[in-house]
Ligand binder design. Structure first.
Ligand SMILES: *Cc1c(COP(=O)(O)O)cnc(C)c1O
Length: 386
């Protein structure tokens, strides 16, 4: 356990939280000596994800980034192509575009959900078409488990006949007007990285109602081996399948997913119950009819009104060995993407400057919460901002 000078153990932003059965599934993999990529738990985990989301076809993969990479390949994205991508996100969303020699066109967020703005999406498509280049795909994200304006985005994608990839890496368990996140695109992806709402230590999945795509994804993810007794390849493939041991963890985790959603939502309620009364502090609102998994609880701090900045709050928590983190830094502000086109009005930059993700693990104890609250309160007396 990591300790600070304060002697207190570290409170993480989001740490793995095992249930009761993960070890049993892993032991089963050991007992049967299925310590390989593929195996019965991989099939089982794929079925679990199908049952949970209602997606017709699922491929379990080594990461969420790998899932996006394969989705782009399946859509034929290649050298010189353009792909529209939500700017405010983790680089795992956008980097696979560059793996393929294509270039991202970034679109800003809107302030209701912090996700892709349908208005700027339309403006981006129109302008790219005017320049003579039709985008090959659109990737949008449900940040922090808050569903994006999916119906508006889907309608625009259909209007211009551009395939839509849904990055639901942070949104497993979220529901958009009765439809689960992970079923709101032509292809959708999840991540089971260690910090996500459930984890396989590392892993991801690609989901679609298009059977051909998912079968092709499985083929590409196993080095594109043709049917032959020897190793025969007519295409470049990848080593992207999930291992049977990781899938065993996933089988146990999905059993407790609904509990994890409830626990994360309870964290959010806890923060809102006291921070919600602080002047200058605001929360990401959940629209009526939508269920956000509240993967991370996030706040915006208006320094004029609050009397302290986002950074003051982060440092106040860090002083007691409590991890918090600014919101995702938009990709159009990242040095690696400085030359990419961007369509927007400054919303994601504004959110990045003021936003903070608070400790949100489903395993926070009442003592952890009390410590977080006390450390946060100290910002009022210690803030350096005037
Ligand atoms: C975590 C994450 C990914 C990437 O998933 P990995 O499994 O870490 O490769 C992609 N997009 C978003 C929005 C994420 O949060």
């Amino acid at each position: 356990m990591q300790t600070s000078t304060s002697g207190q153990s570290r409170i993480w932003l989001s740490s793995p939280h095992m249930g009761e059965h993960e070890r049993r599934y892993v032991n089963q993999a050991f007992d049967e000596n299925w310590i390989a990529p593929l195996g019965p738990h991989v099939d089982g985990f794929e079925h679990d994800l199908q049952n949970y989301t209602g997606a017709a076809h699922v491929a379990a993969l080594s990461s969420g980034t790998a899932a996006i990479h394969l989705a782009l390949i399946l859509l034929g994205v290649g050298q010189g192509d353009e792909v529209i991508c939500q700017s405010m996100t983790f680089c795992g969303t956008s980097n696979p575009i560059v793996y393929l020699g294509a270039s991202p066109v970034f679109v800003d967020s809107e302030s209701d959900t912090w996700n892709m703005s349908p208005v700027h999406l339309r403006a981006a498509i129109k302008d790219r078409l005017r320049r003579g280049k039709k985008p090959k795909a659109i990737i949008y994200v449900h940040l922090y488990g808050m569903p994006a304006q999916a119906d508006e985005i889907l309608a625009i994608a259909r209007e211009y006949d551009i395939p839509l990839i849904e990055d639901a890496a942070e949104a497993l368990g979220s529901v958009y007007y009765g439809r689960p996140c992970g079923t709101l695109g032509d292809m959708s992806i999840f991540s089971f990285n260690g910090n996500k709402i459930i984890t396989t230590s590392g892993g991801g999945a690609l989901l679609s109602n298009n059977k051909e795509w998912i079968e092709k994804a499985r083929f590409l993810a196993t080095q594109a081996r043709d049917a032959a007794p020897h190793y025969q390849h007519t295409q470049i493939g990848y080593n992207y399948r999930m291992s049977n041991v990781c899938a065993a963890i996933g089988r146990g985790q999905i059993e407790v997913l609904d509990q994890r959603v409830a626990q994360r939502r309870a964290n959010h309620d806890f923060y809102e119950s006291w921070l919600g009364r602080w002047p200058g502090v605001s929360f990401l609102r959940e629209p009526k009819g939508v269920l956000a998994n509240r993967w991370l609880s996030c706040i915006l701090i208006d320094p004029e009104e609050a009397g302290f900045t986002r950074e003051d709050m982060r440092l106040a928590l860090a002083a007691d060995n409590i991890e918090s983190r600014p919101l995702w830094k938009p990709m159009h502000l990242q040095p690696i993407y400085a030359d990419c086109p961007f369509y927007g009005d400054g919303t994601s930059e504004f959110l990045f400057e003021r936003g903070l993700c608070l400790p949100s693990g489903s395993n926070l104890t009442p003592e952890d919460r009390a410590r977080i609250r006390e450390a946060a309160e100290s910002v009022k007396t210690n803030a350096v901002w005037i």
